[in-house]
Design a protein. Structure first.
Length: 583
Protein backbone atom coordinates (compact mmCIF):
# COMPACT_ATOMS: atom_id res chain seq x y z
CA UNK A 1 0.00 0.00 0.00
CA UNK A 2 1.38 3.50 -0.83
CA UNK A 3 2.82 5.56 2.10
CA UNK A 4 0.43 8.48 1.49
CA UNK A 5 -2.51 6.16 1.89
CA UNK A 6 -1.28 5.13 5.37
CA UNK A 7 -0.79 8.77 6.43
CA UNK A 8 -4.30 9.71 5.31
CA UNK A 9 -5.83 6.80 7.18
CA UNK A 10 -3.96 7.47 10.44
CA UNK A 11 -4.97 11.15 10.26
CA UNK A 12 -8.58 10.14 9.77
CA UNK A 13 -8.38 7.74 12.77
CA UNK A 14 -6.98 10.44 15.08
CA UNK A 15 -9.55 13.00 13.92
CA UNK A 16 -12.45 10.68 14.65
CA UNK A 17 -10.97 9.56 18.00
CA UNK A 18 -10.40 13.16 19.25
CA UNK A 19 -13.92 14.17 18.14
CA UNK A 20 -15.43 11.25 20.02
CA UNK A 21 -13.48 12.06 23.20
CA UNK A 22 -14.51 15.72 23.14
CA UNK A 23 -18.18 14.88 22.64
CA UNK A 24 -18.18 12.21 25.36
CA UNK A 25 -16.40 14.46 27.91
CA UNK A 26 -19.19 16.97 27.67
CA UNK A 27 -21.82 14.49 28.85
CA UNK A 28 -19.94 11.69 30.70
CA UNK A 29 -17.08 11.06 33.10
CA UNK A 30 -13.53 10.21 32.03
CA UNK A 31 -13.82 6.40 32.15
CA UNK A 32 -16.93 6.33 30.03
CA UNK A 33 -15.34 8.85 27.70
CA UNK A 34 -12.35 6.60 27.07
CA UNK A 35 -14.58 3.58 26.50
CA UNK A 36 -16.77 5.40 24.00
CA UNK A 37 -13.76 6.74 22.20
CA UNK A 38 -12.31 3.26 21.89
CA UNK A 39 -15.63 1.96 20.52
CA UNK A 40 -15.84 4.73 17.94
CA UNK A 41 -12.24 4.14 16.92
CA UNK A 42 -12.78 0.38 16.57
CA UNK A 43 -15.93 0.93 14.49
CA UNK A 44 -14.07 3.28 12.21
CA UNK A 45 -11.17 0.86 11.79
CA UNK A 46 -13.54 -1.96 10.87
CA UNK A 47 -15.41 0.23 8.40
CA UNK A 48 -12.18 1.49 6.85
CA UNK A 49 -10.78 -1.98 6.46
CA UNK A 50 -14.06 -3.17 4.87
CA UNK A 51 -14.02 -0.30 2.38
CA UNK A 52 -10.38 -0.97 1.57
CA UNK A 53 -11.07 -4.66 1.11
CA UNK A 54 -13.91 -3.89 -1.25
CA UNK A 55 -11.68 -1.59 -3.31
CA UNK A 56 -8.75 -3.95 -3.42
CA UNK A 57 -10.72 -7.20 -3.83
CA UNK A 58 -9.83 -9.09 -7.05
CA UNK A 59 -12.35 -8.73 -9.87
CA UNK A 60 -15.21 -11.21 -9.54
CA UNK A 61 -15.44 -13.90 -12.14
CA UNK A 62 -17.84 -12.95 -14.90
CA UNK A 63 -20.48 -15.19 -16.37
CA UNK A 64 -22.35 -15.04 -19.66
CA UNK A 65 -25.12 -17.51 -20.38
CA UNK A 66 -28.24 -17.22 -22.45
CA UNK A 67 -31.67 -17.64 -20.98
CA UNK A 68 -32.80 -18.40 -24.52
CA UNK A 69 -30.59 -20.54 -26.73
CA UNK A 70 -30.58 -21.89 -30.24
CA UNK A 71 -30.10 -25.51 -31.12
CA UNK A 72 -26.30 -25.91 -30.86
CA UNK A 73 -25.95 -28.56 -33.56
CA UNK A 74 -27.22 -26.45 -36.44
CA UNK A 75 -27.91 -23.01 -34.98
CA UNK A 76 -25.85 -20.51 -32.94
CA UNK A 77 -26.79 -19.44 -29.45
CA UNK A 78 -28.49 -16.20 -28.65
CA UNK A 79 -26.23 -14.85 -25.91
CA UNK A 80 -27.53 -12.60 -23.16
CA UNK A 81 -25.54 -10.64 -20.60
CA UNK A 82 -26.15 -10.92 -16.86
CA UNK A 83 -28.46 -7.91 -17.10
CA UNK A 84 -30.61 -9.71 -19.64
CA UNK A 85 -29.89 -7.51 -22.64
CA UNK A 86 -29.61 -9.43 -25.88
CA UNK A 87 -26.17 -9.22 -27.41
CA UNK A 88 -26.98 -10.92 -30.66
CA UNK A 89 -30.08 -12.17 -32.43
CA UNK A 90 -29.58 -14.14 -35.63
CA UNK A 91 -31.77 -13.74 -38.68
CA UNK A 92 -35.35 -14.94 -38.44
CA UNK A 93 -34.56 -18.04 -40.51
CA UNK A 94 -32.97 -19.60 -37.42
CA UNK A 95 -35.50 -21.26 -35.18
CA UNK A 96 -34.96 -20.23 -31.57
CA UNK A 97 -35.36 -22.99 -29.05
CA UNK A 98 -37.64 -21.37 -26.49
CA UNK A 99 -38.00 -24.35 -24.20
CA UNK A 100 -36.98 -23.46 -20.64
CA UNK A 101 -35.97 -26.98 -19.73
CA UNK A 102 -33.48 -27.30 -22.58
CA UNK A 103 -32.15 -23.78 -22.04
CA UNK A 104 -31.48 -24.36 -18.35
CA UNK A 105 -29.98 -27.77 -19.04
CA UNK A 106 -27.37 -26.47 -21.44
CA UNK A 107 -26.60 -23.19 -19.67
CA UNK A 108 -26.15 -24.82 -16.29
CA UNK A 109 -23.96 -27.56 -17.70
CA UNK A 110 -21.81 -25.15 -19.71
CA UNK A 111 -21.46 -22.70 -16.83
CA UNK A 112 -20.68 -25.48 -14.37
CA UNK A 113 -18.01 -27.01 -16.61
CA UNK A 114 -16.41 -23.61 -17.25
CA UNK A 115 -16.38 -22.81 -13.50
CA UNK A 116 -14.75 -26.13 -12.59
CA UNK A 117 -12.20 -25.79 -15.36
CA UNK A 118 -11.33 -22.26 -14.30
CA UNK A 119 -10.75 -23.16 -10.65
CA UNK A 120 -9.06 -26.48 -11.31
CA UNK A 121 -6.65 -25.25 -13.97
CA UNK A 122 -5.86 -21.94 -12.21
CA UNK A 123 -6.64 -20.09 -15.43
CA UNK A 124 -6.80 -16.37 -16.00
CA UNK A 125 -9.78 -16.79 -18.36
CA UNK A 126 -11.80 -19.84 -19.42
CA UNK A 127 -14.25 -19.56 -22.30
CA UNK A 128 -16.71 -21.41 -24.53
CA UNK A 129 -17.62 -20.11 -27.99
CA UNK A 130 -20.19 -21.75 -30.27
CA UNK A 131 -19.64 -21.84 -34.03
CA UNK A 132 -22.18 -20.85 -36.65
CA UNK A 133 -21.05 -21.96 -40.09
CA UNK A 134 -23.70 -20.03 -42.06
CA UNK A 135 -22.54 -16.66 -40.72
CA UNK A 136 -18.94 -17.79 -40.16
CA UNK A 137 -18.91 -16.56 -36.57
CA UNK A 138 -17.95 -17.73 -33.09
CA UNK A 139 -20.57 -16.65 -30.56
CA UNK A 140 -19.80 -16.42 -26.82
CA UNK A 141 -21.74 -18.80 -24.58
CA UNK A 142 -20.02 -19.01 -21.16
CA UNK A 143 -16.78 -17.88 -19.50
CA UNK A 144 -14.96 -17.12 -16.26
CA UNK A 145 -12.25 -14.50 -16.04
CA UNK A 146 -10.05 -12.81 -13.46
CA UNK A 147 -9.95 -9.69 -15.60
CA UNK A 148 -12.44 -6.88 -15.99
CA UNK A 149 -11.20 -6.43 -19.53
CA UNK A 150 -12.78 -9.64 -20.82
CA UNK A 151 -15.46 -8.72 -23.40
CA UNK A 152 -18.47 -11.03 -22.77
CA UNK A 153 -20.55 -9.88 -25.71
CA UNK A 154 -17.90 -10.00 -28.42
CA UNK A 155 -18.29 -12.51 -31.23
CA UNK A 156 -15.64 -13.27 -33.85
CA UNK A 157 -15.71 -14.04 -37.50
CA UNK A 158 -13.64 -17.10 -38.30
CA UNK A 159 -10.94 -15.01 -39.97
CA UNK A 160 -10.73 -12.32 -37.27
CA UNK A 161 -8.43 -14.32 -34.99
CA UNK A 162 -6.00 -16.70 -36.65
CA UNK A 163 -5.80 -19.30 -33.82
CA UNK A 164 -9.61 -19.68 -33.75
CA UNK A 165 -9.69 -19.99 -37.53
CA UNK A 166 -6.86 -22.56 -37.48
CA UNK A 167 -8.65 -24.79 -34.96
CA UNK A 168 -11.90 -24.64 -36.96
CA UNK A 169 -10.13 -25.42 -40.23
CA UNK A 170 -7.82 -28.19 -39.00
CA UNK A 171 -10.28 -29.52 -36.40
CA UNK A 172 -7.34 -30.09 -34.09
CA UNK A 173 -6.39 -28.67 -30.69
CA UNK A 174 -3.98 -25.77 -30.47
CA UNK A 175 -1.45 -25.02 -27.69
CA UNK A 176 0.21 -21.58 -27.95
CA UNK A 177 3.10 -19.95 -26.11
CA UNK A 178 2.35 -16.24 -26.44
CA UNK A 179 5.67 -15.22 -24.90
CA UNK A 180 7.27 -15.78 -28.27
CA UNK A 181 7.85 -12.58 -30.29
CA UNK A 182 5.42 -11.83 -33.10
CA UNK A 183 2.40 -13.52 -31.55
CA UNK A 184 -0.97 -11.77 -31.92
CA UNK A 185 -2.62 -10.51 -28.70
CA UNK A 186 -5.83 -12.31 -27.79
CA UNK A 187 -8.82 -10.28 -29.04
CA UNK A 188 -11.33 -11.01 -26.31
CA UNK A 189 -9.77 -8.47 -23.92
CA UNK A 190 -10.41 -4.73 -24.16
CA UNK A 191 -6.80 -3.92 -23.35
CA UNK A 192 -3.54 -5.76 -23.88
CA UNK A 193 -3.53 -8.43 -21.16
CA UNK A 194 -0.16 -10.22 -20.86
CA UNK A 195 -1.45 -13.69 -21.68
CA UNK A 196 1.47 -16.14 -21.86
CA UNK A 197 -0.24 -19.46 -22.58
CA UNK A 198 -3.41 -20.27 -24.58
CA UNK A 199 -5.04 -23.65 -25.22
CA UNK A 200 -8.01 -24.08 -27.63
CA UNK A 201 -9.74 -27.38 -28.37
CA UNK A 202 -12.56 -27.94 -30.90
CA UNK A 203 -15.87 -29.47 -29.81
CA UNK A 204 -16.54 -31.98 -32.58
CA UNK A 205 -19.71 -33.84 -33.52
CA UNK A 206 -20.31 -35.79 -36.71
CA UNK A 207 -17.30 -34.17 -38.34
CA UNK A 208 -18.43 -30.60 -37.65
CA UNK A 209 -16.96 -28.09 -35.20
CA UNK A 210 -19.75 -27.02 -32.87
CA UNK A 211 -17.68 -24.79 -30.64
CA UNK A 212 -14.31 -23.83 -29.16
CA UNK A 213 -13.30 -24.46 -25.54
CA UNK A 214 -10.27 -22.56 -24.32
CA UNK A 215 -8.07 -21.62 -21.35
CA UNK A 216 -5.41 -18.92 -21.01
CA UNK A 217 -2.84 -18.12 -18.31
CA UNK A 218 -0.79 -15.03 -17.47
CA UNK A 219 1.76 -16.99 -15.46
CA UNK A 220 4.85 -18.64 -16.88
CA UNK A 221 3.56 -22.10 -15.94
CA UNK A 222 2.36 -23.96 -19.03
CA UNK A 223 -0.43 -26.53 -18.90
CA UNK A 224 0.70 -30.07 -18.21
CA UNK A 225 -0.34 -33.06 -20.26
CA UNK A 226 -2.74 -34.12 -17.52
CA UNK A 227 -4.37 -30.67 -17.53
CA UNK A 228 -4.65 -30.79 -21.31
CA UNK A 229 -6.43 -34.19 -21.10
CA UNK A 230 -8.74 -32.75 -18.44
CA UNK A 231 -9.80 -29.95 -20.84
CA UNK A 232 -10.71 -32.61 -23.42
CA UNK A 233 -12.83 -34.44 -20.84
CA UNK A 234 -14.63 -31.22 -19.99
CA UNK A 235 -15.30 -30.72 -23.70
CA UNK A 236 -16.92 -34.17 -23.87
CA UNK A 237 -19.25 -33.20 -21.01
CA UNK A 238 -20.39 -30.14 -22.97
CA UNK A 239 -20.97 -32.30 -26.07
CA UNK A 240 -23.11 -34.70 -24.02
CA UNK A 241 -25.15 -31.71 -22.86
CA UNK A 242 -25.66 -30.64 -26.49
CA UNK A 243 -26.80 -34.16 -27.35
CA UNK A 244 -29.33 -34.03 -24.51
CA UNK A 245 -30.59 -30.70 -25.79
CA UNK A 246 -31.12 -32.24 -29.22
CA UNK A 247 -33.43 -34.82 -27.67
CA UNK A 248 -35.41 -32.20 -25.74
CA UNK A 249 -35.51 -29.96 -28.81
CA UNK A 250 -36.88 -32.76 -30.98
CA UNK A 251 -39.43 -33.82 -28.38
CA UNK A 252 -40.72 -30.27 -28.04
CA UNK A 253 -40.71 -29.71 -31.79
CA UNK A 254 -42.82 -32.83 -32.35
CA UNK A 255 -45.15 -31.74 -29.56
CA UNK A 256 -45.59 -28.31 -31.15
CA UNK A 257 -46.15 -29.76 -34.63
CA UNK A 258 -48.69 -32.25 -33.27
CA UNK A 259 -50.52 -29.51 -31.38
CA UNK A 260 -50.56 -27.36 -34.51
CA UNK A 261 -52.11 -30.20 -36.55
CA UNK A 262 -54.81 -30.69 -33.93
CA UNK A 263 -55.66 -27.00 -34.01
CA UNK A 264 -55.67 -27.08 -37.81
CA UNK A 265 -58.05 -30.05 -37.84
CA UNK A 266 -60.45 -28.21 -35.54
CA UNK A 267 -60.37 -25.11 -37.73
CA UNK A 268 -60.92 -27.13 -40.91
CA UNK A 269 -64.03 -28.75 -39.45
CA UNK A 270 -65.58 -25.27 -39.31
CA UNK A 271 -64.50 -24.23 -42.82
CA UNK A 272 -67.43 -24.46 -45.20
CA UNK A 273 -65.85 -22.91 -48.29
CA UNK A 274 -62.74 -23.35 -50.40
CA UNK A 275 -61.44 -19.87 -49.58
CA UNK A 276 -61.82 -20.47 -45.83
CA UNK A 277 -59.89 -23.74 -46.11
CA UNK A 278 -57.00 -22.08 -47.94
CA UNK A 279 -56.87 -19.24 -45.40
CA UNK A 280 -56.77 -21.80 -42.57
CA UNK A 281 -53.88 -23.63 -44.26
CA UNK A 282 -51.94 -20.41 -44.83
CA UNK A 283 -52.39 -19.12 -41.27
CA UNK A 284 -51.55 -22.45 -39.64
CA UNK A 285 -48.27 -22.69 -41.55
CA UNK A 286 -47.45 -19.07 -40.73
CA UNK A 287 -47.96 -19.81 -37.02
CA UNK A 288 -45.86 -22.99 -37.09
CA UNK A 289 -42.95 -22.73 -39.54
CA UNK A 290 -40.61 -20.05 -40.81
CA UNK A 291 -40.45 -19.30 -44.52
CA UNK A 292 -39.58 -16.50 -46.91
CA UNK A 293 -42.27 -17.23 -49.52
CA UNK A 294 -45.45 -19.22 -49.61
CA UNK A 295 -47.77 -19.81 -52.57
CA UNK A 296 -50.91 -21.96 -52.48
CA UNK A 297 -51.97 -22.88 -56.02
CA UNK A 298 -55.30 -24.50 -56.95
CA UNK A 299 -56.07 -26.25 -60.20
CA UNK A 300 -57.92 -24.11 -62.71
CA UNK A 301 -58.96 -26.30 -65.58
CA UNK A 302 -56.68 -28.94 -67.05
CA UNK A 303 -53.64 -26.80 -67.92
CA UNK A 304 -53.51 -23.90 -65.43
CA UNK A 305 -53.24 -23.22 -61.73
CA UNK A 306 -54.62 -20.23 -59.84
CA UNK A 307 -52.97 -18.55 -56.84
CA UNK A 308 -55.43 -18.93 -53.95
CA UNK A 309 -53.27 -17.60 -51.09
CA UNK A 310 -49.75 -16.22 -50.64
CA UNK A 311 -47.48 -15.25 -47.77
CA UNK A 312 -44.07 -13.70 -47.14
CA UNK A 313 -42.39 -11.97 -50.05
CA UNK A 314 -44.71 -13.60 -52.60
CA UNK A 315 -43.76 -13.17 -56.23
CA UNK A 316 -47.30 -13.45 -57.63
CA UNK A 317 -50.49 -11.62 -56.80
CA UNK A 318 -53.59 -13.42 -55.62
CA UNK A 319 -55.68 -14.95 -58.42
CA UNK A 320 -52.65 -15.00 -60.76
CA UNK A 321 -52.70 -17.75 -63.39
CA UNK A 322 -49.74 -19.94 -64.36
CA UNK A 323 -49.60 -22.69 -66.97
CA UNK A 324 -48.58 -26.16 -65.83
CA UNK A 325 -46.74 -27.27 -68.97
CA UNK A 326 -43.48 -28.99 -68.06
CA UNK A 327 -43.23 -27.61 -64.52
CA UNK A 328 -42.21 -29.47 -61.39
CA UNK A 329 -45.59 -28.52 -59.96
CA UNK A 330 -47.29 -30.46 -62.75
CA UNK A 331 -45.19 -33.54 -61.92
CA UNK A 332 -46.02 -33.22 -58.23
CA UNK A 333 -49.74 -32.92 -58.98
CA UNK A 334 -49.66 -35.83 -61.43
CA UNK A 335 -47.73 -38.20 -59.17
CA UNK A 336 -49.31 -36.76 -56.01
CA UNK A 337 -45.99 -37.01 -54.22
CA UNK A 338 -44.11 -34.29 -52.33
CA UNK A 339 -40.91 -32.73 -53.61
CA UNK A 340 -38.23 -31.23 -51.34
CA UNK A 341 -35.25 -29.49 -52.91
CA UNK A 342 -32.83 -28.64 -50.09
CA UNK A 343 -30.46 -26.81 -52.45
CA UNK A 344 -31.94 -25.20 -55.55
CA UNK A 345 -28.49 -24.74 -57.07
CA UNK A 346 -28.42 -28.49 -57.64
CA UNK A 347 -31.23 -28.15 -60.23
CA UNK A 348 -30.25 -28.18 -63.89
CA UNK A 349 -31.55 -24.74 -64.85
CA UNK A 350 -31.40 -25.56 -68.57
CA UNK A 351 -34.21 -28.08 -68.03
CA UNK A 352 -36.42 -25.51 -66.28
CA UNK A 353 -38.73 -23.67 -68.65
CA UNK A 354 -40.92 -21.92 -66.10
CA UNK A 355 -40.34 -18.45 -64.69
CA UNK A 356 -42.07 -19.66 -61.54
CA UNK A 357 -39.31 -22.20 -60.88
CA UNK A 358 -36.39 -20.06 -62.05
CA UNK A 359 -37.15 -17.65 -59.18
CA UNK A 360 -37.07 -20.31 -56.45
CA UNK A 361 -35.02 -19.50 -53.32
CA UNK A 362 -32.38 -21.79 -51.78
CA UNK A 363 -34.78 -24.40 -50.32
CA UNK A 364 -38.15 -25.37 -51.82
CA UNK A 365 -40.88 -27.72 -50.60
CA UNK A 366 -43.74 -28.56 -53.00
CA UNK A 367 -46.62 -30.51 -51.42
CA UNK A 368 -49.71 -31.72 -53.32
CA UNK A 369 -53.13 -30.90 -51.84
CA UNK A 370 -55.03 -34.13 -52.53
CA UNK A 371 -57.70 -36.52 -51.39
CA UNK A 372 -57.79 -40.15 -52.50
CA UNK A 373 -58.94 -39.42 -56.04
CA UNK A 374 -58.17 -35.82 -56.93
CA UNK A 375 -55.32 -33.34 -56.68
CA UNK A 376 -56.78 -29.90 -56.02
CA UNK A 377 -53.49 -27.97 -56.06
CA UNK A 378 -50.09 -27.55 -54.41
CA UNK A 379 -48.41 -25.72 -51.55
CA UNK A 380 -45.02 -24.18 -52.36
CA UNK A 381 -42.83 -23.08 -49.43
CA UNK A 382 -39.48 -21.36 -50.02
CA UNK A 383 -36.62 -20.43 -47.71
CA UNK A 384 -33.53 -18.40 -48.48
CA UNK A 385 -31.34 -20.81 -46.50
CA UNK A 386 -30.19 -24.20 -47.76
CA UNK A 387 -31.44 -27.32 -45.93
CA UNK A 388 -34.04 -25.13 -44.24
CA UNK A 389 -36.46 -27.89 -43.21
CA UNK A 390 -35.98 -31.23 -41.53
CA UNK A 391 -37.98 -34.38 -42.19
CA UNK A 392 -40.46 -33.66 -39.39
CA UNK A 393 -41.31 -30.21 -40.74
CA UNK A 394 -41.80 -31.60 -44.25
CA UNK A 395 -44.07 -34.31 -42.83
CA UNK A 396 -46.02 -31.62 -40.99
CA UNK A 397 -46.57 -29.75 -44.27
CA UNK A 398 -47.62 -32.97 -46.00
CA UNK A 399 -50.10 -33.87 -43.26
CA UNK A 400 -51.55 -30.35 -43.26
CA UNK A 401 -51.99 -30.45 -47.05
CA UNK A 402 -53.62 -33.89 -46.86
CA UNK A 403 -56.06 -32.55 -44.28
CA UNK A 404 -56.77 -29.53 -46.48
CA UNK A 405 -57.33 -31.87 -49.46
CA UNK A 406 -59.84 -33.94 -47.49
CA UNK A 407 -61.57 -30.73 -46.39
CA UNK A 408 -61.82 -29.56 -50.02
CA UNK A 409 -63.22 -32.97 -51.00
CA UNK A 410 -65.78 -32.74 -48.20
CA UNK A 411 -66.81 -29.26 -49.31
CA UNK A 412 -67.15 -30.44 -52.92
CA UNK A 413 -69.18 -33.43 -51.73
CA UNK A 414 -71.48 -31.28 -49.61
CA UNK A 415 -72.06 -28.97 -52.56
CA UNK A 416 -72.75 -31.95 -54.83
CA UNK A 417 -75.10 -33.58 -52.35
CA UNK A 418 -76.84 -30.30 -51.69
CA UNK A 419 -77.34 -29.79 -55.41
CA UNK A 420 -78.54 -33.36 -55.88
CA UNK A 421 -80.74 -33.06 -52.82
CA UNK A 422 -82.48 -30.01 -54.24
CA UNK A 423 -83.01 -31.78 -57.54
CA UNK A 424 -83.67 -35.13 -55.89
CA UNK A 425 -86.22 -33.72 -53.48
CA UNK A 426 -88.36 -32.73 -56.42
CA UNK A 427 -87.84 -36.05 -58.19
CA UNK A 428 -88.21 -38.27 -55.12
CA UNK A 429 -91.28 -36.32 -53.98
CA UNK A 430 -92.88 -37.10 -57.31
CA UNK A 431 -91.76 -40.73 -57.17
CA UNK A 432 -92.97 -41.11 -53.57
CA UNK A 433 -96.38 -39.68 -54.45
CA UNK A 434 -96.65 -42.04 -57.40
CA UNK A 435 -95.55 -44.96 -55.23
CA UNK A 436 -98.18 -44.14 -52.56
CA UNK A 437 -100.85 -43.89 -55.25
CA UNK A 438 -99.84 -47.36 -56.47
CA UNK A 439 -100.04 -48.70 -52.90
CA UNK A 440 -103.55 -47.24 -52.51
CA UNK A 441 -104.60 -48.73 -55.87
CA UNK A 442 -103.21 -52.11 -54.83
CA UNK A 443 -105.16 -51.91 -51.54
CA UNK A 444 -108.40 -51.39 -53.49
CA UNK A 445 -107.55 -54.31 -55.77
CA UNK A 446 -106.65 -56.56 -52.82
CA UNK A 447 -109.95 -55.76 -51.10
CA UNK A 448 -111.91 -56.39 -54.29
CA UNK A 449 -110.26 -59.67 -55.25
CA UNK A 450 -109.29 -60.75 -51.72
CA UNK A 451 -105.59 -60.94 -52.54
CA UNK A 452 -102.50 -59.75 -50.74
CA UNK A 453 -99.39 -57.76 -51.55
CA UNK A 454 -96.17 -56.71 -49.76
CA UNK A 455 -94.02 -53.63 -49.55
CA UNK A 456 -90.21 -53.70 -49.18
CA UNK A 457 -88.33 -50.62 -48.00
CA UNK A 458 -84.58 -50.75 -48.70
CA UNK A 459 -82.23 -48.37 -46.91
CA UNK A 460 -78.73 -48.43 -48.42
CA UNK A 461 -76.02 -48.41 -45.72
CA UNK A 462 -73.42 -45.65 -45.48
CA UNK A 463 -74.23 -43.77 -48.69
CA UNK A 464 -72.60 -40.58 -47.41
CA UNK A 465 -69.53 -42.55 -46.30
CA UNK A 466 -69.19 -43.93 -49.82
CA UNK A 467 -69.20 -40.38 -51.20
CA UNK A 468 -66.64 -39.22 -48.64
CA UNK A 469 -64.34 -42.23 -48.96
CA UNK A 470 -64.42 -42.78 -52.72
CA UNK A 471 -65.57 -39.48 -54.19
CA UNK A 472 -68.61 -38.04 -55.89
CA UNK A 473 -68.36 -40.06 -59.09
CA UNK A 474 -68.02 -43.33 -57.19
CA UNK A 475 -70.99 -42.42 -54.96
CA UNK A 476 -73.22 -41.66 -57.95
CA UNK A 477 -72.07 -44.89 -59.63
CA UNK A 478 -72.96 -46.88 -56.51
CA UNK A 479 -76.49 -45.48 -56.42
CA UNK A 480 -76.96 -46.24 -60.13
CA UNK A 481 -75.77 -49.81 -59.54
CA UNK A 482 -78.15 -50.25 -56.60
CA UNK A 483 -81.08 -49.04 -58.71
CA UNK A 484 -80.11 -51.48 -61.45
CA UNK A 485 -79.92 -54.44 -58.99
CA UNK A 486 -83.31 -53.58 -57.52
CA UNK A 487 -84.92 -53.43 -60.97
CA UNK A 488 -83.40 -56.76 -61.93
CA UNK A 489 -84.60 -58.34 -58.67
CA UNK A 490 -88.32 -57.70 -59.17
CA UNK A 491 -90.95 -58.60 -61.76
CA UNK A 492 -92.31 -56.35 -64.47
CA UNK A 493 -95.66 -56.09 -62.65
CA UNK A 494 -93.95 -54.90 -59.49
CA UNK A 495 -93.20 -51.26 -58.78
CA UNK A 496 -89.90 -49.54 -57.76
CA UNK A 497 -89.53 -45.98 -56.48
CA UNK A 498 -86.80 -43.91 -54.81
CA UNK A 499 -88.27 -42.55 -51.60
CA UNK A 500 -85.26 -40.48 -50.46
CA UNK A 501 -81.52 -40.14 -51.11
CA UNK A 502 -80.75 -43.57 -49.65
CA UNK A 503 -84.20 -45.26 -49.48
CA UNK A 504 -86.03 -47.28 -52.11
CA UNK A 505 -89.56 -48.71 -52.01
CA UNK A 506 -90.66 -51.91 -53.79
CA UNK A 507 -94.32 -52.88 -54.24
CA UNK A 508 -94.62 -56.65 -54.73
CA UNK A 509 -98.00 -57.41 -56.29
CA UNK A 510 -99.84 -60.54 -55.02
CA UNK A 511 -96.98 -61.50 -52.73
CA UNK A 512 -97.33 -62.77 -49.17
CA UNK A 513 -94.80 -62.26 -46.39
CA UNK A 514 -92.76 -65.41 -47.09
CA UNK A 515 -92.41 -64.57 -50.77
CA UNK A 516 -91.51 -60.95 -49.94
CA UNK A 517 -88.76 -62.00 -47.49
CA UNK A 518 -87.32 -64.39 -50.10
CA UNK A 519 -87.31 -61.60 -52.70
CA UNK A 520 -85.56 -59.25 -50.25
CA UNK A 521 -82.96 -61.95 -49.58
CA UNK A 522 -82.20 -62.41 -53.28
CA UNK A 523 -81.76 -58.66 -53.77
CA UNK A 524 -79.47 -58.38 -50.73
CA UNK A 525 -77.34 -61.24 -52.06
CA UNK A 526 -77.07 -59.47 -55.40
CA UNK A 527 -76.06 -56.21 -53.67
CA UNK A 528 -73.38 -57.85 -51.55
CA UNK A 529 -71.91 -59.74 -54.50
CA UNK A 530 -71.90 -56.69 -56.80
CA UNK A 531 -68.45 -55.40 -57.72
CA UNK A 532 -68.00 -51.64 -58.05
CA UNK A 533 -64.48 -50.35 -58.56
CA UNK A 534 -63.08 -46.96 -57.60
CA UNK A 535 -59.54 -46.97 -58.88
CA UNK A 536 -57.87 -50.03 -57.38
CA UNK A 537 -60.41 -50.37 -54.57
CA UNK A 538 -63.79 -52.08 -54.40
CA UNK A 539 -66.84 -50.33 -52.96
CA UNK A 540 -68.88 -52.63 -50.68
CA UNK A 541 -72.68 -52.44 -50.94
CA UNK A 542 -75.01 -53.40 -48.11
CA UNK A 543 -78.56 -52.50 -47.21
CA UNK A 544 -81.25 -52.96 -44.55
CA UNK A 545 -84.75 -54.15 -45.52
CA UNK A 546 -88.09 -53.71 -43.79
CA UNK A 547 -90.96 -56.02 -44.94
CA UNK A 548 -94.68 -55.41 -44.48
CA UNK A 549 -97.67 -57.30 -45.90
CA UNK A 550 -101.21 -56.10 -46.55
CA UNK A 551 -103.62 -57.54 -44.03
CA UNK A 552 -100.97 -58.77 -41.59
CA UNK A 553 -99.43 -55.34 -40.95
CA UNK A 554 -102.32 -53.08 -41.87
CA UNK A 555 -104.99 -52.29 -44.43
CA UNK A 556 -104.28 -48.59 -45.05
CA UNK A 557 -101.42 -47.07 -47.02
CA UNK A 558 -100.13 -44.80 -44.21
CA UNK A 559 -100.32 -47.63 -41.69
CA UNK A 560 -98.38 -49.95 -43.97
CA UNK A 561 -95.59 -47.38 -44.56
CA UNK A 562 -95.39 -46.66 -40.82
CA UNK A 563 -95.02 -50.39 -40.11
CA UNK A 564 -92.36 -50.56 -42.85
CA UNK A 565 -90.29 -47.95 -40.98
CA UNK A 566 -90.71 -49.96 -37.76
CA UNK A 567 -89.51 -53.04 -39.63
CA UNK A 568 -86.42 -51.08 -40.80
CA UNK A 569 -85.58 -50.19 -37.20
CA UNK A 570 -85.86 -53.87 -36.24
CA UNK A 571 -83.65 -54.90 -39.15
CA UNK A 572 -80.90 -52.51 -38.11
CA UNK A 573 -80.65 -54.28 -34.78
CA UNK A 574 -79.70 -57.54 -36.49
CA UNK A 575 -76.05 -58.50 -36.94
CA UNK A 576 -76.56 -60.65 -40.05
CA UNK A 577 -79.20 -60.93 -42.75
CA UNK A 578 -80.68 -57.55 -41.98
CA UNK A 579 -84.22 -58.28 -43.12
CA UNK A 580 -87.02 -57.83 -40.60
CA UNK A 581 -90.76 -57.45 -40.25
CA UNK A 582 -92.63 -55.06 -38.02
CA UNK A 583 -93.73 -57.68 -35.46
Amino acid sequence: MPFTSYVLRISAFLLVFISGVILASVFFNTAITLIMGAVVLAAFVIAARWIAARREKPVEKYKVSGNTIRRPVTHPHTVETASGSIVREEDHAMEILDDTQASLMFNQTADGVIAIMHDTLQAHSTFLYLCHDDSGECLPQSFRSESRDFIPEKSFRYGDYAPFHQVIQTKESLVMDLREPGTTPVPYYRTAVPVKHLVIIPLMRKGAVLGLLGVDRITDTALTEQEFDAIKQYGRLILLSIQSIDGVYMKNKLRRLSQSLREFSERLSLAGMETQTMICLKEQIQNTLRFDRMHIWLRHGAEEIRLAEAGGSAVYDKESMVRLDGTMIEKVMTKRRRLYISDVTSIDRTSVNSELELNYLASVVVIPICDQDHCFGVLVIEQGQKNAYDVYEVQFLETACNSAGLALARIALDQHLSKNANEGERNTATEEQTFMKNVVSEIHRAKRFETSFSVLVFQVDYVKNIYEAFGVEAGDLALEKITEILKNGIRLIDNLARLSHDRFGVLLVESKRKEAVECAGRILNALESAVIHSGDEEIPLTATVGVVTYGTDGTEADALMHRANVALVNAKKLNERRIACAD
